[in-house]
Design a protein around this ligand. Sequence first.
Ligand SMILES: [Zn+2]
Length: 263
Amino acid sequence: MYRITIRFYEELNDFLPRGKRKRDVDVAFPGRRSVKDLIESLGVPHGEVDLVLVNGASVDFSRIVADGDRISVYPVFESLDILPVTRLRTAPLRDTRFVLDVHLRKLARRLRLLGFDVDYRENRGDAELAEISTRERRILLTRDRRLLMRRIVERGVFVRATRIDAQVADVLDRLDLRGSISPFTRCIECNGRMRSLPIDSPECSPALDAVPPGVRAWCREFHRCDGCGRVYWKGSHYDRLRRVVEALDVPPAGERSADRFKK
Ligand SMILES: [Zn+2]
């Protein structure tokens, strides 16, 4: 039997049963086991982990645990000064592009509303989601812990909340993204970029065919999605979305871009 002591820090404790949270836990197991396998056997997805110290030295996930080891496990965004040690990734998780699990449709649309690059499609399997996350270096957001435990997933965040407003706040706060919000710059439907569509431009007239005549009569400011061609304007839907953005208390730069937008 191997006997080790392990401690998880900050939000990684959410994955543990109450009696094992925020304290040293003694674990005994037979046979050789890697750090990754040990951590996940305790219910914590490795995608949430950014730093592992064994007896005070940083190690990677493949390190084989030795009898008597003391292991400390830190989450991705723990604000420790860990620069002198080896992080488990070659680059920090600051590239805020996402791929979302099929169950998070509302969250996908909300993050696009806030200007984030979100790859979302219905009917994707776990293997495909994991593969996209790794290949395109997108942060995988999911409420499926087992999906985050797939070996190839490097960047993953377990969305703890179930209500949409709480999910958005959870993602923004845990990834420290409130300063990166750029509302109404991205198409909610397809993730394309929004472009201004000047009313006197040659491309405007055909594009407005899809706009109700009642709106064309009063609206002088339109935007179009680069991806799907959808035209946006500041209709009643816009006011509701603007309130959603304002409720997030975003910084001034984000509010300025909100003023530019339509629909
Ligand atoms: Zn679009």
